[in-house]
Design a protein around this ligand. Structure first.
Ligand SMILES: Nc1ncnc2c1ncn2[C@@H]1O[C@H](COP(=O)(O)OP(=O)(O)OP(=O)(O)O)[C@@H](O)[C@H]1O
Ligand SMILES: Cc1ncc(CO)c(N)n1
Length: 267
């Protein structure tokens, strides 16, 4: 039997913890067939972003059609999309695809370095958010999308509803990784609010958590899980990946994509 097929459209992380690399590891671990279209090649590691090369938007279009003219796409996720031209190409292509679209509105790397400029973020909000089945902003991304501060859980809940009702997303998952206390995320699916809560793990190794989470949701949706269940299972996966994260690199280390396997690894 053929596997479910899931595509990531994102930037790279040669150190393997975030971006396309995190997405593909997640897809593989969750047993979906992973495919990838590169938007930008990023020289980065756990300590920060050193340099970036953006691919021409015409070449992103070529990659997208190379995938979709040949392969099934059962779910798609986007991560770093650095400029308007790329956003337009991706928007046009997404409209040709009949599959859930999970948009991680990546703006700043975990290290604090910007990956997408302010002006482009406005374009993302106007043009890509309305195409999404689900958008997955963290707190700073939510603040940028809605142009106001998010300080506590009530703000997160209101924001999730507004992202759907005012910005036109299919659903919104506002992630509380940047707040204090429990690690709580709120999902508004257009009908009701759901909360997903886990203990906060005392770890600085959170490089790529957002990528891993949205990739897990996309993988589960490619397999036909309904949205709420895909988020619940994705949250379980990312929490395990943080709990068993690796102390690799000189900055915030990467999460552990093997975490659900309960195996011992040798170095
Ligand atoms: N220390 C932690 N302990 C437990 N869960 C956490 C912790 N930090 C983040 N999370 C959870 O991890 C998921 C990713 O959330 P977060 O807000 O960190 O995403 P992000 O900022 O987009 O990630 P990235 O670092 O890739 O930019 C959410 O479910 C969040 O609640
Ligand atoms: C390419 C890329 N996408 C997303 C993130 C956010 O973690 C990152 N650091 N790099």
């Amino acid at each position: 039997m053929n596997p479910a097929c899931v595509l990531t459209i994102a930037g790279t992380d040669p150190s393997g913890g975030a971006g396309i690399q995190a997405d593909l590891k997640t897809f593989q671990e969750l047993k979906s067939y992973g495919m990838s279209v590169v938007t930008s090649v990023v020289a980065q590691n756990t300590t920060g972003v050193k340099d970036v090369h953006h691919l021409p938007d015409s070449f992103i279009r070529e990659q997208l059609f190379a995938v979709s003219e040949d392969m099934p796409v059962h779910a798609v996720k986007t991560g770093m999309i650095a400029n308007k031209e790329m956003m337009q190409v991706i928007k046009d292509w997404v409209q040709t695809i009949d599959a859930p679209y999970i948009m991680d509105p990546v703006m700043i790397a975990q290290s604090g370095d910007p990956l997408v400029e302010q002006e482009e973020q406005i374009y993302l909000k106007r043009h890509l958010v309305p195409e999404s089945t689900l958008v997955t902003p963290n707190i700073p991304e939510t603040e940028t999308l809605l142009n106001r501060r998010i300080d506590h859980e009530e703000d997160m809940k209101e924001a999730a509803v507004e992202i759907v009702e005012q910005l036109g997303a299919g659903a919104a998952l506002v992630k509380g990784g940047h707040l204090k206390g429990k690690a709580v995320d709120f999902l508004y699916d257009g009908y009701q609010l759901h909360s997903f809560e886990e203990e906060r793990i005392d770890s600085a190794n959170t490089h790529g958590t957002g990528c891993t989470y949205s990739a897990a949701i996309a993988a589960y949706m490619s397999q036909g899980y309904p949205l709420t269940q895909a988020v619940e299972k994705g949250k379980h996966f990312v929490t395990a990946a943080i709990r068993h994260s690796f102390d690799l690199g000189k900055g915030d280390g990467p999460t552990n994509h093997f975490a659900l396997r309960r195996e011992v690894f040798h170095s």
